[in-house]
Design a protein around this ligand. Structure first.
Ligand code: PRX
Length: 631
């Protein structure tokens, strides 16, 4: 499946556009199917209705596990590096991972889980998390993994939206110097979740936990009661594989649905190609499995290709800012796939931590999640890659399932800050506000995709109409990404950032409306408006303008109370970086907040605010500017 030269890329790309079905059928032939498809693709972007490999039967875990056993059963599938470098790392071979997945799949079955049931997973970055994910897929249960930084309320909303039957969690998680009490958070969440009848709890941090009789069971006890024989459930290509919640412009997170066949082909194909993975190499994706990057490039993509995937429990700066480089040295990492925010944070510690380590094993570097600034790109290139590793700046989204616009390592000439060119099968177009295609080069517009690809979302769980409205209604017959983009004179794409009310904080997507709703829940808050602003390390920070007439004399105390509320309602990841108390917000006569003005204030660019004549009360703006200057 690997493309070897730029010429071959151009030919492959042309084929994928001219004969998409032939192209994707050829790629899909590299996977294991119990029965091949009757039809490669049927689609329309109006409803939308997208079906890939209709009629095909498979199980994704047979592709990720069983098919490697005979020849590569003793190859390492997962290398786990713990938070604490003093603890031993763990290697699971394909044979052992297969056994563990089968065993845990039997635990799920024994506890009443059936094909199609939704399972919530809220776990630390330990091998058992990958085992839990794959065990669901083995028996056709739909996993909904929730990142360990979300609050009880966020979890409850997600569990209720998907009507999950069972939760898999652990006593706690280590993250750097901190411990997170996962089970306690789940206990709080489950007070409001009537559909959950069982909770499987893994022992990890050994924190004391409450175990409710009849509901809570220990992972370690359960696996002793079952054997390792678990035939894989036969799935239709279009059966649901997982739900992953992500933020949108409205307050309610969206349950993005991916299906088995197309997702598998897309994650596997993009992994093999973009990273130029060679069997035996160690692939280190630093994301958490709670995000799409972890789903596609820690679990499904690498394992479908028989790769060795490295799972790291901790954070880049613990116990020291050398940690990524120490891991690279220790495990002879060949590909390091990380986020610009991590690079910027590590850059701030200077070159000593990175120069002290042996990074000679590195062959390919990757970046994901947010635009990478040139300074970070060059530092990554020079200090980490020593000028000899291609950097693949991969643009994609939770909804796209896999990489969309990205260089292919050793094939596509790279350019700092550019995701470069679309991968085979991906047909991007730029449109103006009216939806007219913007042709030619050296142009910019809103990024849309005009033809389906196998990894794309199929619906939003329980709300197909929201899926249509969010992605397929802004511009008829196009998938709208929500991103702004420019295409330079060479036809290279550079993603400039979200054009909707979503902000990207440390590579995590956060809806401004979600944060506003959370702030507004705090007693005393009348109204709030949240915008993003440029942040040196996080890419974007969260700036909240809050109307709070009678706040505490010590404004700092009130700020902390608000942060606490946001942490309770969403989770610590959504805490505003700045809170400004104001007495009014700039609104139009029809009551709409003019965020454009707030963004300028947040960026400190108040000299040219543009037209404010449509505001109901233009004096509000001066007051906000004064308050911001004093803050
Ligand atoms: O704005 C784009 C940004 O992240 C958004 C998708 O976020 P999420 O669904 O959480 O997935 C993140 C990991 C795939 C996009 O709409 N984004 C992602 N990758 C890049 C990027 N922006 C610029 N360059 C990238 N390489």
């Amino acid at each position: 499946m690997q493309i070897k030269s730029f010429e071959e890329y151009e030919q492959t790309y042309a084929l994928s556009v001219e004969q998409p079905e032939t192209f994707w059928a050829g790629i899909a032939d590299n996977f294991l199917w119990r029965k091949k498809w009757d039809k490669v693709l049927s689609w329309n972007f109006t409803e939308p209705n997208i079906k890939w490999f209709e009629g095909a039967k498979l199980n994704i875990t047979e592709n990720c596990l069983d098919r490697h056993l005979e020849e590569h059963g003793d190859d390492p599938a997962i290398i786990w590096e713990p938070n604490d470098p003093e603890r031993d790392s763990i290697t699971l071979t394909y044979k052992i991972l297969h056994e563990q997945v089968c065993r845990f799949a039997n635990v799920l079955k024994k506890n009443g889980v059936q094909k199609g049931d939704r399972i919530c997973i809220y776990m630390p970055m330990v091998p058992e998390l990958a085992v839990a994910v794959l065990a669901c897929a083995r028996i056709g249960a739909v996993h909904s993994v929730i990142f360990g930084g979300f609050s009880a309320k966020s979890i409850a909303d997600r569990i209720n939206d998907a009507q999950c039957k069972l939760v898999i969690t652990a006593d706690g998680a280590f993250r750097g110097a901190k411990q997170i009490q996962l089970k306690e958070v789940i206990d709080d969440a489950l007070i409001g979740c009537p559909t959950v009848s069982k909770v499987v709890v893994l022992t990890h941090t050994r924190t004391p936990v409450s175990m409710l009789k009849g509901r809570d069971i220990w992972w370690e006890d359960e696996i002793k009661l079952v054997d390792t024989h678990c035939p894989a459930e036969e799935m239709d290509a279009e059966d649901m594989l997982f739900i992953l919640y992500t933020s949108g412009s409205t307050g309610k997170p969206k349950g993005v649905v991916h299906t088995v066949g197309g997702y598998m082909v897309y994650a596997g194909y993009t992994f093999a190609n973009v990273f130029n993975y060679k069997r035996g190499e160690v692939f280190f994706c630093t994301a958490d499995i709670g995000w799409i990057t972890g789903h596609s490039y820690i679990v499904y993509g690498p394992l479908s290709q028989g790769a060795t995937t490295l799972m790291f429990e901790g954070v880049p700066t613990y116990p020291t800012p050398s940690r990524f480089w120490e891991i690279t040295t220790k495990h002879k990492v060949n590909t390091l796939y990380t986020a610009p925010t991590a690079i910027r944070s590590l850059m701030s510690f200077g070159t000593d931590p990175v120069r002290g380590q042996d990074l000679s094993s590195l062959r390919v570097l990757g970046s994901v999640g947010e635009p990478i600034n040139e300074e970070a790109w060059h530092w990554f290139d020079e200090e980490v890659g020593h000028g000899k590793c291609p950097i693949v700046d991969t643009w994609w989204q939770t909804e796209t399932g896999g990489l969309m616009i990205s260089p292919i390592a050793f094939v596509t000439p790279t350019k700092p800050g550019y995701a470069t060119l679309p991968l085979p099968g991906v047909q991007p177009i730029l449109v103006d506000e009216q939806g007219q295609e913007i042709n030619g080069n050296d142009v910019s517009g809103n990024l849309c995709i005009k033809f389906p690809w196998p990894g794309m979302l199929r619906t939003l769980y329980g709300d197909h109409d929201r899926c249509r409205q969010t992605y397929f209604s802004a511009y008829p017959e196009l998938y709208f990404t929500g991103d702004g983009c420019l295409r330079d004179a060479d036809g290279y794409y550079r993603i400039t950032g979200r054009v909707d009310d979503v902000i990207n904080v440390s590579g995590h997507r956060i809806g401004t409306a979600e944060v506003e709703n959370a702030i507004n829940m705090h007693a005393g808050v009348v109204e709030s408006a949240v915008v993003g602003y440029p942040h040196d390390v996080k890419g974007q920070g969260i700036y909240a303008f809050v109307i709070f007439p009678n706040h505490h004399e010590d404004a700092e105390l009130t700020r902390k109370d608000i942060l606490q509320t946001v942490t309770r309602v969403i989770g610590a990841i959504a805490k505003p970086d700045k809170i400004l108390f104001v007495s009014g917000l700039p609104k139009t006569r029809s009551g709409k907040i003019m965020r454009r003005i707030l963004r300028k204030v947040a960026e400190g660019e108040t000299a040219n605010l543009g037209d404010v004549s449509t505001l109901l009360d233009p004096t509000v703006v001066d007051e906000i500017i004064d308050a911001a200057k004093q803050a």
